[in-house]
Design a protein around this ligand. Sequence first.
Ligand SMILES: [Zn+2]
Length: 121
Amino acid sequence: MEYKQLQFTCQKCGANDLCYVKYVKCTIPVSLPPESGHVEYGQSIINEDDSLATLNGFACQSCGLLVEHCGVRLETEKQLIDYLKMEPFDRLHQQQDYKELLDAQMSAQERELYLSEIAAE
Ligand SMILES: [Zn+2]
């Protein structure tokens, strides 16, 4: 089998550097000082042990954009490798299909909303 060099290219800024973003639970105390009419924030507390699995993912090191394919965030190495292994043409094609599907769903929803508004009048 031919070895294929994997390369990441950011869809937003075109950079090739990848990073892994691991969001950790960050707690910022909020206080409401009496009579002041505003909100005050204290020192943030980062809990490394309590990471939020849903917000982990590979991202562009340059602009921080999380890498997504067809609405799925790439969180595991397997997802990333599968994504990078894809031919750019196929990748683009899949993305376009996905976008069309989204647009179609969206317009169906909008149409329903429009019809329900008319019915309400
Ligand atoms: Zn980027």
